[in-house]
Design a protein around this ligand. Sequence first.
Ligand code: G6Q
Length: 543
Amino acid sequence: MAVSAGVERLMNEYNRFKNVTLNDLFDKDENRALKYAIEFDGLYYDYSKNRFDDNVLQALFELAKEHHLKERIEAMFSGEKINITENRAVLHTALRNFSGKPVMVDGVDVMPEIRRVLAKMKTFSDDVRDGTFRGATGKKLKNIVNIGIGGSDLGPFMAVQALQKYADKEINSYFISNIDGTACAEVLNKIKPEETLFIVASKTFTTIETLTNAKTCRAWLVEALGESAVKNHFVALSTNAKAVAEFGIDVNNMFEFWDFVGGRYSMWSAIGLSIALAVGFENFEDMLKGAEAMDKHFRETELEKNIPVIMALIGIWYNDYYNIHRYGVIPYDQYLKFLPSYLQQLDMESNGKSVRLDNKKITDYATGPALFGGAGTDVQHSFFQLLHQGTEPVPVDFIIPAISLNESGVHHEILLANVLAQAEALMKGKTVEEAAAELRAAGKSEVEIEKLKLNKSFDGNRPSNMFVIDKLTPYTLGMLVAMYEHKVFVQGVIWEIDSFDQWGVELGKQLALKILPELQGKAEAKHDSSTSSLIARIKKVRE
Ligand code: G6Q
């Protein structure tokens, strides 16, 4: 984002606007809430509690136009190789394309292959769930263990937790991701081999964590049931048939996807098999349909009414003009507890970059913020102190279903009251005078009031987005996730980075491969003195 006319205009807007508060904006315009809200397919997005006015918004839309956002959106959907450092198309949207229209990559329509794998996933998940496909001893497969990491874990894990209400209660879903042997051991301790299906989920089928965990699980199964049982108990999700065969999984038991599906964008592909097994293929398909609805909205709606575009531009406004490089996502829904960790990868692995598409180092603006979050109301009792009274504001997304999947007594009303209260409190704050008056009304002495009034005041003016979904369903989950995918994409376009590669994860992997034989005593450690002494210290304890 070199200093263009758009950037300059926004800098001027910032200088004009920076001291205007949210309270000022609401006092001035009683229609603000309705003016800055969008309703789409069961999703209500209220973005009025953000620090902008019409002029700021206009300048942000101009910035998007300056970056040819509409054309870039089209380029993504139509299969252009926009992941330039890996020379790949970016077509997670094709995985949820039910329009019947072709999607071309290198002159070939990818849709027939996508439909073929979806049909195979349907047959397989139906067969496992109804007991047509059984374990080697004839037992029903009731434990589903997904072995994968990063993009091959976080999406299915988050979705299976989110859709628990829709899951078959006879099926137990487990996820093994970490190389830490504890991850494997704790799952294997709970299950019986004859009732277990292992899904080895790895796009490349070279990832050390996944292959090591899969080997351990395979050995455990073979020890109990023999080599011939592998075909009934192991399937693979991958783009790499050769490596799957070498590992010892029949390629007939492999569900393919393709290099135009990025790891962290892959839960819509074969990587979603554990979701289909847990909740049934129809629900999995509904999730794809929800995402497709958001895709259509994103692709076809003018920028000014486009939910992911508005989210992205507001994020850019805080990140690059207010210099706030943090961002919170707080679902008020127990089922969405793991959405923030999923979004952490989506956002931070996509936009945590400092090299531009034109191959220049970024030195004069910030890209992706640090994202964190957790489920409300739990997190009100942990990090919300900082959100309310920390020295810097943290823009927050709140997500809440109007109707709970477990409406019982007053629980949901209390939950709803809390999310609305938090957003209001962050925005309005409490002046020192108000705090003093409250203390006075509570009978405190003037000395006590003096001592406490500042601590009990809140600056306010802290922005948030509010997303109200009617109810959490596979469809609304699909919509929400696709919405965040597109938000991340738009920000990448404006920051002029490749949101679809992840070179930043490589250096640590390389060094770990060097350190491993050193720890094992097979090679001599040659590092900086800190790393060398740590290796020596750990070796000594382990001996
Ligand atoms: C995601 C990343 C990364 C990847 C994992 C697992 O976009 O590429 O998180 O998903 O490293 O990779 P494999 O699926 O190849 O094992």
